[in-house]
Design a protein around this ligand. Structure first.
Ligand code: DC
Length: 227
């Protein structure tokens, strides 16, 4: 299967990053982690203590900040003003700030063309909140991955523990609920399942099981062969 655009949307902790990365590797597609773009902007906003509720300041921030995607050995990396932000954007603090800043139209507008350009040639697994609904409405395959809140909290907890990071359940629960509310209730491009997306509830599924289900939906003989 060549050149297709596959979108995977879902809330934080639904397993979409792990699944998207694994799917992209299996298909030898590019993996586009769009959350990383919002995180990159949020990372800089936190660093310079930006007042994101001040429209003029936010607009200036967007017009003067350079966000770029670089393909380094097949891996998409995000750069802000010439800095590879890598793992620095993977904190809960940056995640929450990304959720907040992503609600502003000027921010979404800034990142839209970057995402579309990345997917223009196809051969991409694009992961985020609005991939199937806004960024790639004509995608060849759309998936929406969900899981119960308790399971998503458990996964995030295990992930943080495995990285030797602070992982208090009550804090994770509070932050995840806040992100769910922000991402779902914002006016522009909210977290939603596109009407033509296949919805998969991963609550009681392993990563391999979710991946198998997705591959079955791709319904391409070449894909079926790789299973
Ligand atoms: O997937 P993530 O946790 O890295 O995303 C961080 C935040 O970025 C998320 O809470 C909302 C925002 N985001 C978005 O609004 N649209 C996307 N396509 C991806 C992420």
């Amino acid at each position: 299967m060549t050149g297709k655009v596959i979108t995977i949307d879902g809330p934080a902790g639904s397993g979409k990053s792990t699944v998207s990365r694994a799917l992209a590797a299996k298909l030898q597609y590019l993996y586009l982690d769009t959350g990383a773009l919002y995180r990159a902007l949020a990372y800089k906003a936190l660093k310079i203590n930006l007042d994101m509720n001040h429209p003029a300041k936010l607009a200036e921030f967007c017009s003067t900040t350079e966000v770029t995607l670089k393909n380094v050995n097949g891996k998409m990396t995000v750069w802000v003003d010439g800095e590879d932000v890598g793992e620095k954007i993977r904190t809960e603090e940056v995640g929450l700030a990304a959720s907040a800043i992503s609600a502003f139209p000027v921010v979404r507008e800034k990142l839209l063309s970057l995402q579309r350009e990345a997917g223009a040639g196809g051969g991409i697994v694009a992961e985020g909140r609005d991939m199937g609904s806004v960024v790639f409405p004509d995608a060849d395959f759309k998936f929406y991955l969900d899981a119960d809140l308790e399971e998503r909290i458990r996964r995030r907890h295990d992930e943080l523990v495995s990285k030797n990071r602070a992982a208090e359940r009550s804090a994770i629960s509070r932050d995840m609920k806040a992100r769910d509310a922000q991402d779902t209730n914002r006016k522009i491009a909210p977290l939603t399942s596109a009407p033509d997306a296949v919805v998969i509830d991963s609550t009681s599924l392993t990563v391999s099981e979710v991946l198998r289900e997705i591959l079955e939906h791709l319904q391409d003989p070449l894909i079926a062969d790789t299973k």
